[in-house]
Design a protein around this ligand. Structure first.
Ligand code: URA
Length: 233
């Protein structure tokens, strides 16, 4: 089996991410630093950062309401709380995509590398819906700019579906739907039009909704939710 596939089957990350980890020299096979594309068999000892990896047979798919103030990395270099402290399955899981430390909402965790690969692949264009609160009243012309794809720092942000839901207490509440997942995409879109975000919450990935989960709560995905994500819906 290819080494990246083996790493994915151990619940570390997707195959694509596994290649990045291998290139960075963190993986060894039988004591020798591994290279991208190498093959491993049952008897080979594969270490990641010096720890032995074992294939996991039971696949786990979870949705979590990530609260603001949690990092999505397994070991945060700044020593901050991570989402993994909220999920007590006893299994090694990783997140399909990430949310910023200050963003809250729906995040999917799994140990199935192939599933993560499919769901996060840009060609799949799975919709992600966010609720955004910004100070002040958003003008129709500003919404139109966001819809077309705003230019931030010389880079054009992808188009977005933007709807104004309400305006109360000097706060505009919007639904923003994006397909791609560039780093800080939504914050950058609003920065570009000079609007300051006071709340950013992901409420939907494809047809999987945050639903009635409370902050910090998680539950396993239903089979129809898993199937719909795999089908790119
Ligand atoms: N866009 C952002 O700016 N941050 C997130 O966490 C998600 C989308």
């Amino acid at each position: 089996m290819r080494l990246n596939k083996f790493i994915a089957s151990c619940g570390v990350c997707s195959r694509r991410k596994a290649d990045e980890i291998i290139s960075s020299g963190r993986v060894s096979v039988n004591g020798v630093v591994a290279t991208v594309g190498c093959e491993v068999g049952q008897k080979d000892v594969v270490l990641l950062d010096g720890k032995k990896l074992c294939a996991q047979t039971q696949k786990v798919y979870i949705k979590l309401f990530k609260p603001k103030g949690y990092a999505c990395t397994a070991n945060d270099e700044k020593g901050r709380k991570t989402i993994y402290s909220l999920v007590d399955t006893g299994m090694r899981l990783f997140s399909v995509g990430r949310l910023d430390y200050d963003t809250e909402g729906l995040i999917i965790l799994t140990n199935d590398g192939d599933f993560a690969e499919r769901v996060s692949h840009p060609s799949f264009e799975i919709e992600k819906e966010y609720i955004v609160k910004v100070e002040g009243e958003m003008k129709e012309s500003e919404l139109a700019v966001l819809r077309k794809g705003v230019v931030e720092n010389g880079e054009r942000m992808p188009r977005a579906g933007v709807k104004l839901l309400s305006f109360e207490n000097n706060l505009s509440r919007l639904s923003v739907v994006i397909h791609e997942g560039q780093n800080h995409q939504i914050r950058r879109m609003f920065d570009a039009i000079g609007k300051s975000i006071t709340l950013l919450k992901r409420v939907r990935i494809g047809s999987v909704k945050l639903g009635g989960l409370k902050r910090g709560q998680w539950k396993t995905l239903r089979q129809d939710e898993i199937d719909s994500l795999v089908e790119g819906k």
